[in-house]
Design a protein around this ligand. Structure first.
Ligand SMILES: Cc1cc2nc3c(=O)[nH]c(=O)nc-3n(C[C@H](O)[C@H](O)[C@H](O)COP(=O)(O)OP(=O)(O)OC[C@H]3O[C@@H](n4cnc5c(N)ncnc54)[C@H](O)[C@@H]3O)c2cc1C
Ligand SMILES: NC(=O)c1ccc[n+]([C@@H]2O[C@H](COP(=O)([O-])OP(=O)(O)OC[C@H]3O[C@@H](n4cnc5c(N)ncnc54)[C@H](OP(=O)(O)O)[C@@H]3O)[C@@H](O)[C@H]2O)c1
Length: 469
């Protein structure tokens, strides 16, 4: 897996000689936005406002990375140093396209870097996708991560058998959370209401299902191996599904991760079950055809895949029916269009050239993009560092030629938002949320426990005066 950026590793490397007094709005405080802010502050005349629609920073580091991956989550420590920089302001609870427009940002900043991620799920486009009991992994992740947009009672986990479609790392995350015991998750930052549901979970069998063969699974090996260490669940792999066609052989010959994954799966296929209370089944060559139900999900129909010789699956395969009470579709994320900005609907990204936003194929001075909304929803946290650095290099190359902002006063944007009734959350507001969560953690024997309710978050955040806002 791509390495995390260590807290002590320098993350700014751009130069922009001859640029004076550059004010930049970075939209999105996920890894891409924060790495962009870090690279910008390397230029001593640049000041950055990092704007987020949520009252909390860190994007998917807070609302995506699984609660039991505490080491991974600790990257937030390095990211927070950037937001604490003297020339960076965090401005939370401001949504681009709702509270503030692209035109507003152009009046108040010399450049805009959009890093708003890819917030929604891709669709399977099969019958029954919207049946009660069929959810996207995005919904499940948001719920267990305590995202303020997720209804607290969204999941009850009365299902005994859960199908997870897709063989990527998000599928592994959701399966692992379903299979761990509430006791194992108690020391993490998982919200109290989620822990309560997990402690009564009826889940016994989780099936992770790939439409292609094991050589084409997108898992990283460390994440895959972790499934074999679950205290409460046996891993079941069917040896006959570890077949290798020509394309799979070629993949294994050239892709080390695929080869290591395959070895892990082969070892599991030879394992004897230990009789643990839950089971994780890893299945392959099953292409989703329909989700069945009678008001509630009862199972899924698949076409059994046959290799097409090119790493894909030839149609039509034999039908296979698998009973299930819940389906989680984990087939990738998708960006959303922002009013006032161009959008490539097919790819779900903002069209760009190395980070410069393209409108009708032409670069617009002062508009840039970084992260998942720039390149699509793939890559680990560290991938966004290189990506954001490329974007900031463009900003700094263009800086001297950019049309200068109309409003010179840095407080102007705050005044505008206050006039509109927007409750801007400053950095001190986030610190107050953290203090609330640390206190909640103390009560549960955890370092920090997330608060999910938006109004509670805002009440804590707005109780703090900010010297800079
Ligand atoms: C479930 C899941 C688990 C993951 N786990 C790991 C892991 O363990 N390790 C790893 O290395 N990588 C992991 N990743 C990948 C990693 O999280 C991404 O590479 C990274 O977060 C993408 O960064 P980003 O800044 O582009 O987007 P995001 O992290 O999504 O940040 C986007 C930010 O923009 C804000 N925003 C959105 N719309 C607006 C708007 N209109 N106005 C203002 N703000 C807006 C959002 O609130 C958010 O804060 C995971 C991804 C997922 C989906
Ligand atoms: N711990 C970590 O490091 C971690 C944790 C979570 C996420 N992440 C990263 O975040 C990114 C997103 O992860 P992800 O799991 O959402 O995406 P992903 O890695 O792209 O995996 C998506 C999976 O969905 C499958 N799929 C797509 N369309 C399908 C369809 N119509 N029917 C059946 N299957 C379909 C894909 O199969 P095909 O290959 O056949 O298209 C693939 O197996 C990845 O880069 C991932 O590594 C990292």
């Amino acid at each position: 897996m791509t390495a995390l950026v260590a807290a002590d590793q320098p993350i700014w490397i751009c130069k922009g000689e001859g640029v004076e007094d550059l004010r930049v709005a970075v939209v999105g405080s996920g890894p891409a936005g924060i790495y962009a802010a870090a690279a910008l502050t390397a230029h001593e005349d640049a000041a950055v406002d990092v704007i987020d629609r949520l009252p909390t920073p860190f994007g998917l580091v807070r609302y995506g990375v699984a609660p039991d991956h505490e080491k991974m989550k600790s990257v937030a420590g390095a990211l927070r140093k950037v937001l604490e920089h003297e020339r960076v302001r965090f401005l939370g609870n401001i949504e681009l396209g709702a509270d503030v427009t692209v035109a507003d940002l152009h009046r108040h900043y010399d450049a805009i870097v959009v890093a708003n991620g890819a917030a929604v799920d891709r669709r399977l486009r099969i019958g029954g996708e919207d049946l009660p009991g069929s959810f996207s992994a995005t919904e499940f992740v948001s719920w267990y991560s305590g995202h303020p947009d997720a209804a607290l009672d969204k999941f009850t986990l009365t299902a005994r058998t859960v199908i997870v479609i897709g063989v990527g790392n998000v599928a592994i995350d959701v399966a692992r959370v379903l299979l761990k015991t509430a006791g194992e998750l108690r020391p993490t930052d998982i919200p109290d209401h989620v822990l309560a549901v997990l402690s009564h979970s009826q889940v016994r069998d989780v099936m992770i299902i790939g439409r292609r063969g094991p050589a084409h699974a997108k898992f990283t090996t460390k994440e895959l191996r972790e499934l074999g260490e679950l205290a409460n669940a046996d891993v079941v792999v069917q040896p006959e599904e570890l077949v290798l066609d020509e394309a799979s052989e070629a993949e294994l010959a050239t892709n080390t991760v695929a080869r290591r994954n395959f070895e892990v799966l082969r070892a599991w296929s030879e394992r004897t079950r230990q009789g643990r209370p839950r089971r994780l089944h890893l299945r392959f060559w099953l292409r989703p055809a329909a989700i069945h139900g009678d008001g509630l999900v009862t199972g899924m129909e698949f076409a059994r895949g046959r290799a097409d010789g090119a790493g894909g699956v030839a149609d039509p395969g034999d039908p296979v029916h698998l009973p299930a009470d819940m389906v989680l579709r984990s087939v990738g994320y998708r960006g959303l269009p922002v009013p006032g900005l161009p959008f490539d609907d097919q790819r779900g990204v903002i069209p760009n050239a190395a980070g410069r936003i393209l409108r009708d194929g032409s670069v617009v001075p002062g508009e840039y993009v970084a992260g998942w909304i720039k390149r699509g929803p793939s890559g680990v946290i560290g991938t966004n560092k290189h990506d954001a650095t490329e974007t900031v290099r463009c900003v700094l190359e263009d800086a001297r030629a950019l049309p200068r902002r109309e409003v010179r006063d840095p407080h102007g944007i705050i005044d505008l938002l206050h006039q509109r009734g927007v409750r801007v959350v400053p950095w001190e507001g986030w610190e107050a949320i953290e203090a609330l969560e640390i206190a909640a953690g103390r009560r549960r024997g955890a370092k920090q426990v997330k608060v999910a309710d938006r109004e509670l978050l805002l009440a804590a955040a707005l109780s703090q005066p900010s010297p800079r806002i």
